[in-house]
Design a protein around this ligand. Structure first.
Ligand code: KG4
Ligand code: ZN
Length: 329
């Protein structure tokens, strides 16, 4: 059984092929057209998806060494995301499904990120999953595929959004999260310390806008002085990661989870990965983070989620539309 996964919810045009849980290809095109605007321009993103979706899907099939006729199903991100972008993927997938006479499954983007935790060979439930991406920060108890209990989310900026905004303040081009992470590697986190916000124990929401403002004020204060931006990046990264880790630690204790995982674009962060390892050693609860290629938006995660949906016969709706707001159920 070969399943094609298509992802066009934001600024990645991506497609991947999976055979059951095995990933055969994962082709990702990150649109570069947005970097000079400092953020994603929805209209440009939709047009770029239209331009790239056909060659990206072709490449995904070629890399997997299969033909369209070999596909048994198609999975496509139906939301949440930019509706004009989602529409490109959904229309393409539904038309392809009609012409091949195979099922098309609409996947929730957050569930696709969560499904990357299912590539963990030691997965165990209840699994505590931290979703950290450019658009979302969610702490979820996963009791099985499709069985979610949301503990908390960000009250303002998502974790990745905060990284991108601080990167922008430091003059790094969009998307700046990974660039800031690299810059921070060469900095000293002890020079500029930023306040961390921790909502009370037992309250599971996050807030990143305060730390972002603190960095903006510090950069303004340093304007006419000589300072090393790497130290600002390191100070911010340390504080942001600390906020995520301390909430994870409380939630591990509260949920008595069997395992925990971090998924989404920010799960590539080097400090976050090493702190997650440390937390695992400290608590004795096993942890998992997917391969880097599965963290940012990609088509393989959509194929994995689609495959799990079909296997478990959950949430399967043959008649679905693109949806900008789509809660995780
Ligand atoms: O999951 P994703 O590809 O897209 C959304 O669903 O939003 O996440 C993208 C986000 C961006 O904000 C990007 O800057 C951030 O993930 N990101 C990182 C790193 N790599 C990507 N943030 C911090 N450190 C990184 N190494
Ligand atoms: Zn995403």
């Amino acid at each position: 059984m070969y399943i094609l996964g298509i992802e066009t919810s934001c600024d990645e045009t991506a497609a991947g092929v999976a055979s059951n849980s095995e990933i055969l290809s994962n082709i990702i095109l990150t649109q570069s057209a947005h970097s000079r605007y400092g953020g994603v321009v929805p209209e440009i993103a939709s047009r770029e998806h239209i331009r790239h979706i056909v060659p990206i899907v072709d490449e995904a099939l070629q890399k997997a060494e299969i033909r369209f006729a070999d596909l048994s199903a198609i999975a496509v991100t139906r939301g949440p995301g930019l509706v004009g972008c989602l529409l490109v993927g959904v229309s393409y997938a539904r038309n392809l499904g009609l012409s091949l006479d195979i099922p098309v499954v609409g996947v929730n983007h957050l569930e696709a990120h969560i499904s990357t935790a299912f590539t963990d060979s030691e997965i165990d439930f209840p699994l505590l999953c931290l979703v950290v991406s450019g658009g979302h920060t969610l702490l979820v108890v996963v009791n099985g595929f499709g069985k979610y209990e949301i503990l908390g989310s960000s009250r303002d900026d998502a974790a990745g959004e905060a990284f991108d905004k601080v990167a922008n303040l430091l003059g790094l081009t969009y998307p700046g999260g990974a660039k800031l992470d690299d810059l921070a590697e060469g900095g000293d986190p002890g020079i500029f310390r930023f306040p961390t916000v921790k909502l009370k124990k037992g309250r599971w929401d996050f807030s990143f806008s305060g730390i972002k403002t603190a960095v903006a004020l510090k950069i303004k204060e340093l304007e006419n002085t000589e300072y090393d931006p790497a130290n600002v990046a390191a100070g911010f990264r340390q504080a942001a990661v600390k906020m995520l880790i301390s909430k994870l630690e409380d939630a591990i204790e509260y949920t008595r989870c069997s395992r925990f995982a971090i998924v989404g674009g920010v799960a590539q962060n080097k400090l976050l990965r090493s702190e997650v390892d440390r937390l695992s050693a400290k608590t004795g609860v096993g942890c998992y983070y997917p391969d880097q290629s599965l963290c940012g938006d990609n088509g393989a995660m959509v194929a994995i989620a689609g495959n799990l949906m079909l296997e478990n016969n959950i949430n399967y709706e043959s008649d679905f539309d693109a949806s900008a707001y789509l809660p995780l159920k």
